[in-house]
Design a protein around this ligand. Structure first.
Ligand code: PGA
Length: 256
């Protein structure tokens, strides 16, 4: 297998529950001035309320705007939910699905992830599907099994064509938000495992087309080493994406 032969990476900021409309506009405007001649695709997953303003600020740049979640329902009596069509209409081109905070704090399971992925694909919203094991699962030697179940169930019944527009983010739960990223070897091993599972589902060609991002305490100091790994096709960055200067430093870490 030869993952990512062209070496174009994908780096996505995940602001989580941060930034007002004005803060989002200022950030995207300033990011837009720093994203020429990059060898990475750049995405920013913003709160629902900032999608439209962020998308307007990103016009004419190569920054893609996404949401951090979407509803698993098409439309109807689901108070508080935001549909794929609404997110798309506001200017998003991708959405995070199944982030570990959604799974842990809001009880999203793989079946919910699957509903959301299928709706997003229907609406031409590119799904960035997040998976990863907890520390207990890792210590119990269950990482491989957990990743396999998350992928098999979360991506159940997608065609090869649909699968080729996915982005995957491997985010070990034990590495998120605490400053302790996985080692490059641990990230590589898990992401290689994910690639093998994708290949089992849709064949090598599709498996190599799907970017597999690493997430969990990525910062400028560790990005350079992590990106050297062959199955690390980019990053999903939380805390270190909140300051535009820090995020830009990560964008400059590229393969080769
Ligand atoms: P972190 O978050 O970079 O702050 O660890 C990553 C994520 O949760 O997507």
């Amino acid at each position: 297998m030869n993952p990512n032969p062209v070496k174009i990476t994908t780096t996505i900021a995940n602001w989580k529950m941060h930034k007002t409309v004005v803060e989002a506009t200022n950030y995207i405007t300033s990011l837009g001035l720093s994203t020429q001649n990059l060898r990475t695709r750049v995405g920013v997953a913003v709160p629902f309320t900032a999608i439209r303003a962020a998308a307007e600020a990103a016009r004419g740049t190569n920054i893609l705007i996404g949401s951090q979640n979407v509803s698993g329902y098409h439309e109807g009596a689901y108070t508080g939910e935001v549909s794929c069509a609404m997110v798309k209409d506001a200017g998003a081109s991708f959405c995070l699905i199944g982030h570990s905070e959604r799974r842990r704090l809001f009880h999203e399971d793989n079946a919910t992830v699957n509903m959301k992925v299928r709706l997003a694909l229907e609406q031409n919203l590119r799904p960035v599907v997040c998976i990863g094991e907890t520390i207990e699962e890792r210590k119990g030697d269950k990482t491989q099994k957990v990743l396999e179940v998350q992928l098999m169930e979360g991506l159940n019944s997608l065609s090869a064509e649909e699968a080729s527009s996915l982005i995957l983010a491997y985010e070990p739960v034990w590495a998120i938000g605490n400053g302790h990223a996985a080692t490059p070897q641990d990230a590589q091993d898990a992401q290689h495992e994910c690639r093998k599972i994708l290949a089992k589902l849709w064949g090598n060609e599709v498996a190599c087309l799907i970017p597999i991002l690493y997430g969990g305490s990525v910062k400028p100091q560790n990005a350079e080493e992590l990106i050297k790994e062959s199955d690390v096709d980019g990053f999903l960055v939380g805390g270190a994406s909140l300051e535009v200067e820090t995020f830009v430093k990560i964008l400059h870490c590229h393969k080769g």
